[in-house]
Write a protein that binds this ligand. Structure first.
Ligand SMILES: Nc1ncnc2c1ncn2[C@@H]1O[C@H](COP(=O)(O)OP(=O)(O)OP(=O)(O)O)[C@@H](O)[C@H]1O
Length: 708
C-alpha cells in the first residue's frame, strides 16, 4: 500500500507546518539550557553562570584508555582504511598503525591569493459508511452501483451503470471512485487527485474523468471503466509474463510517462497495480492506462517553466516501498527520474516475478529495502533478463534530479525484442510509435557509444554502478591564513600528548574523527575558543561528564565515536552557543533534528559509532538555515545542488551504510565561500598539504560509507 501525504509539497515554510510531530524512539537525549529547569528522565537542563569559568587546561579531562578491539565484529563493506604500517611490519593490527601528523605553519602562506568564490497507508476511507445505491454528481446521469472493481488505501472503485432516464449525457458504463470525506486525502476538501485528473484526464494513457462531485459523505469521481491491472494479469498467469509482453509494456509505459511529464507532472507511484488494461472484449483491451494520480506532483512550475527546486527531507516517504526509487526512499523531491526508476522495477518484477528487496519486514523495512536497492547493480538486477532491460535500468538509475529523460532512446532499447507487426503485439504500442515519429528516431539508430556519453561527449558518470567503499571524507573551507595541524591513527594513549602540545602552541581542537578505533585530530588557531576540555570515554556519549562541563559553561564543539563504542568529546568555551542538546540513536534521528530546528537549534556536531548516531544541536549557532543530505552515495548530487543554493557543509558523519552531511547557510557570509571535499582510502595527509597551499583548511572529517 502506498504511503502518501495530503497535497503536493510546498515551499519550506509550508512544509514546516506539515512536518510530522517527532516521536523519539529510544536513544539518549540530553539538553543544556541557560534556564534552570527540572531534571527530567532523559532531558536535562542545567543553569549557566553569566561569568565564564577560569580557563581550564586541555588534557585535564577524564581520560579513559581502552584497548582497541579486534575488527572481526564489524560489518565492513568494500575497501578498508589503507594505513601505512609502522616499520614495514606486515601486520594490520590497529595498534601498530602509524600515527601521522601534519602542520601548516603560519609562514607558509602567500596571503590573500584571490580565488573565485566558488501516508498515509491505511484504510481511512471510511469504508464503514454505507455507499449509496445510486449516484448522480456534477451533472452526471444517474448511475447504479454494481460490482466492486478494486480498492486502494484511499478509495473504492465500483462499476456504475447508467439508469435509463432523461439524462443520458454520459457513458452507459463507468468506473465510480468513492473517497469518504473523512479520508486523509480529503482533509481540505475534494481529493487532491481530482485536480490532477482535470489536467491529465483523457490524455495519452490516462482515463477520462467525466463528472465529479460530492454525494452524502462521499466524493465521487465518474471515470472511464478499465480492465485488469498488470498485477492481475501477472497473478492470473502463474506469476509470469512473456518477454515480449513486458517489452511492449515498457515501450507503452515510457510513452505514457513522457506525455504525463510533458504536462508538468510526475506520477509518484508507478507500479504494476496502477497500470490497467482497457476493458476486456473492447477495442481498448490491449491498451495500457496509468491510474491513481493521488501522489502525482509537479516537477515543473508551469507559469515559469522552471524545474522545481531540489530538496531532501529524510523523514518523508511517498510511494510504495517495493517500487519506489532510491531518491524517494531518501525523501528527495520527486522528479521525472523517479517514475522511470519505478517503471524499471515494475518491468523487472513482471519479468522475473520477484525483486531482490522483497521479504524485508519490520520498522526498518524502508531503510533495508533502500539499502538493498542501492547495493544491487543493474547487472545483478537484470542477470536473467534480456540486455535492453539492463540498459534501461542503468540509464534511469543514473539520471540526475532535473535531467530530461531520453524517452525515445529508452523505447529504442526494447525495439529488438518486440515483433515487427504492431497489430499482433500483446500490448498496443501506438502511443510510443507516435513519440518515436515526433522525435524522428529510426529503429536501431542509436549506438551504445552515444548511450554512454553526456551531451558534451564526456563519458557519463554512473554513480549507482560504483562499488560501495569505506573511506575518509574530508571537507575543506577557504580561510584566512592560519595554523592548522592534523594527527591521525592516534591510539587512545597518545591523544593527551598531542592535545597538550597543540594547546601549548596556541591551537584548539576543531574536529575529531575515528577510523578503526584510532583517532584523527584536527587542531588549529582559528577556532576562536578560549579554553577546551575533552574526554575519551568508553560510552557513546558519556552524559554525566558532558553535563558537568555544561555546568562549567563548556559546550560540545566536536565529537567522534569509535566502532568499539568509545567516544571522544571535545567541549569548549568561547563558542557562540546559547543552549545545547544532543541525541544518540540507532538510526539517523531526522525527526528529532526537525523538531529541534523548529525550536531554533542547529546541528553543530555529529558522529557515529558502528551504526549509532550522535547529533549535537545548539542554539545561537550562527546559521540562518540548515538541511541534511543523507545518502548511500558520495559525492552526492544533492550536495552540489545545495552548494549552488548557498549552503556549505558544516558537519559530516558516516556509518558503514550511509553518509550524512549537514549543510548550513551562515548568518554572516564568508568573503570566500569556497568549499571542497575529498574521499580517500587513507587519511588525506598529502592532499591536506595541497589544500593548505590554496588556503583551504579541514573543516570537517569523518570515515565511513562512500562509493569508489
Ligand atoms: N477506471 C477504473 N476502471 C477499473 N478499475 C479501476 C479503475 N480505477 C481504479 N480501478 C481499480 O481500483 C483499484 C484502486 O484504485 P486506485 O488505485 O485509484 O485507488 P487508491 O485508493 O488511490 O489506491 P492506492 O492505495 O494505490 O493509492 C485499482 O487498483 C484498480 O484495480
Amino acid at each position: 500500500m502506498p504511503v502518501r501525504r495530503s497535497g503536493a509539497r510546498k515551499g519550506r515554510a509550508a512544509q514546516a507546518v506539515n512536518r510530522r510531530k517527532p516521536a523519539d524512539a529510544g536513544g539518549a537525549i540530553a539538553t543544556r539550557t541557560r534556564r534552570r529547569r527540572a531534571v527530567a528522565a532523559a532531558i536535562v537542563a542545567v543553569p549557566a553562570d553569566n561569568e565564564l569559568q577560569p580557563e581550564e587546561k586541555a588534557g585535564d579531562g577524564n581520560v579513559v584508555v581502552e584497548a582497541a578491539e579486534a575488527e572481526e565484529g564489524e560489518a565492513k563493506e568494500g575497501e578498508g582504511c589503507r594505513v601505512i604500517l609502522e616499520e614495514g611490519l606486515g601486520v594490520s593490527s590497529p595498534a601498530l598503525q602509524k600515527e601521522g601528523v601534519g602542520e601548516k605553519p603560519m609562514d607558509d602562506f602567500d596571503s590573500g591569493a584571490g580565488r573565485s568564490n566558488k501516508g498515509h497507508a491505511g484504510d481511512d476511507e471510511g469504508s464503514t459508511a454505507p455507499l449509496p445505491e445510486k449516484v448522480q454528481v456534477g451533472g452526471s446521469p444517474m448511475y447504479r452501483i454494481e460490482r466492486k472493481l478494486g480498492k486502494g488505501g484511499f478509495g473504492q472503485v465500483y462499476v456504475g451503470r447508467r439508469v435509463p432516464g432523461i439524462n443520458t449525457n454520459g457513458p452507459a458504463q463507468v468506473a465510480l471512485k468513492f473517497e469518504h470525506r473523512s479520508s486523509k486525502g480529503c482533509n481540505y476538501g475534494p481529493p487532491y487527485e481530482w485536480q490532477v485528473y482535470s489536467t491529465l484526464g483523457g490524455s495519452h494513457g490516462v482515463p477520462r474523468v467525466h463528472f465529479k462531485g460530492r454525494q452524502g459523505d462521499y466524493y465521487v469521481m465518474v471515470m472511464d471503466i478499465l480492465g485488469p491491472s498488470l498485477w492481475d494479469v501477472w497473478n492470473n498467469n502463474s506469476h509470469t509474463m512473456s518477454t515480449e509482453m513486458v517489452a511492449c509494456i515498457a515501450i507503452e509505459a515510457i510513452s505514457i510517462l513522457e506525455k504525463m511529464h510533458s504536462k508538468g507532472y510526475v506520477h509518484g507511484d508507478v507500479k504494476p497495480e496502477n497500470f490497467l488494461l482497457g476493458p476486456p472484449g473492447t477495442p481498448d483491451e490491449k491498451k495500457l492506462f496509468l491510474v491513481d494520480l493521488g501522489l502525482a506532483t509537479k516537477w515543473r512550475d508551469n507559469s515559469t517553466g522552471q524545474h522545481v527546486e531540489y530538496d531532501q527531507r529524510p523523514d518523508v516517504f511517498r510511494g510504495t516501498v517495493r517500487y519506489a526509487s532510491v531518491h524517494a526512499h531518501l525523501g528527495r523531491i520527486g522528479s521525472r527520474r523517479d517514475d522511470l526508476e519505478s517503471l524499471a522495477y515494475t518491468l523487472i518484477f513482471l519479468l522475473r516475478g520477484r525483486l531482490p528487496w522483497q521479504g524485508y519486514q519490520g520498522e526498518n523495512k524502508g531503510f533495508l529495502v533502500c539499502k538493498k536497492k542501492m547495493a544491487t547493480s543493474p547487472e545483478a538486477l537484470c542477470c536473467f533478463c534480456p540486455q535492453p532491460f539492463r540498459q534501461f535500468v542503468e540509464h534511469v538509475v543514473n539520471l540526475k534530479f532535473d535531467e530530461e529523460p531520453k524517452y525515445a532512446k529508452y523505447i529504442s532499447f526494447f525495439d529488438g525484442i518486440i515483433g515487427p507487426n504492431p497489430d499482433i503485439r500483446p500490448i498496443n504500442t501506438e502511443g510510443a510509435q507516435k513519440l518515436i515519429i515526433q522525435v524522428g528516431h529510426k529503429r536501431g539508430r542509436l549506438t551504445m557509444e552515444e548511450d554512454d556519453e553526456d551531451d558534451d561527449g564526456q563519458p557519463k558518470k554512473k554513480l549507482r554502478l560504483g562499488m560501495p567503499a569505506t573511506q575518509w571524507i574530508s571537507v575543506y573551507n577557504a580561510r584566512r591564513p592560519m595554523k592548522q595541524r592534523y594527527h591521525y591513527n592516534v591510539a587512545d594513549s597518545r591523544l593527551n600528548q598531542h592535545i597538550e602540545k597543540g594547546n601549548e602552541d596556541g591551537l584548539f581542537i576543531s574536529s575529531v574523527a575515528s577510523c578503526q578505533n584510532l583517532w584523527a585530530l584536527i587542531m588549529d588557531a582559528g577556532t576562536g575558543f578560549a579554553s577546551q576540555v575533552y574526554e575519551l570515554s568508553p560510552y557513546f556519549l558519556h552524559k554525566e561528564w558532558i553535563m558537568d562541563q555544561w555546568e562549567k559553561n563548556y559546550y560540545i564543539s566536536a565529537i567522534a565515536g569509535a566502532s568499539n563504542g568509545s567516544s571522544l568529546v571535545v567541549m569548549s568555551k568561547g563558542t557562540q552557543y546559547l543552549q545545547q542538546s544532543y541525541k544518540v540513536s540507532d538510526s539517523f534521528p531526522f525527526k528529532w533534528i526537525n523538531k529541534k530546528w523548529k525550536e531554533g537549534f542547529y546541528v553543530t556536531a555529529m558522529a557515529t559509532s558502528g551504526s549509532r548516531w550522535a547529533i549535537v544541536m545548539s542554539r545561537g549557532a550562527g546559521f540562518s538555515d540548515q538541511v541534511v543530505e543523507l545518502d548511500f552515495l558520495y559525492p552526492s548530487e544533492g550536495i552540489h545542488r545545495r552548494w549552488d543554493c548557498g549552503y556549505r557543509i558544516t558537519a559530516t558523519a558516516a556509518t558503514w551504510d550511509q553518509a550524512a552531511f549537514v549543510l548550513s547557510v551562515p548568518r554572516r557570509r564568508p568573503t570566500d565561500e569556497t568549499q571542497e571535499t575529498l574521499r580517500t582510502s587513507a587519511f588525506p595527509s598529502t592532499h591536506v598539504k595541497d589544500k593548505w597551499a590554496k588556503n583551504l583548511y579541514i573543516a570537517s572529517v569523518c570515515y565511513g560509507r562512500t562509493v569508489s
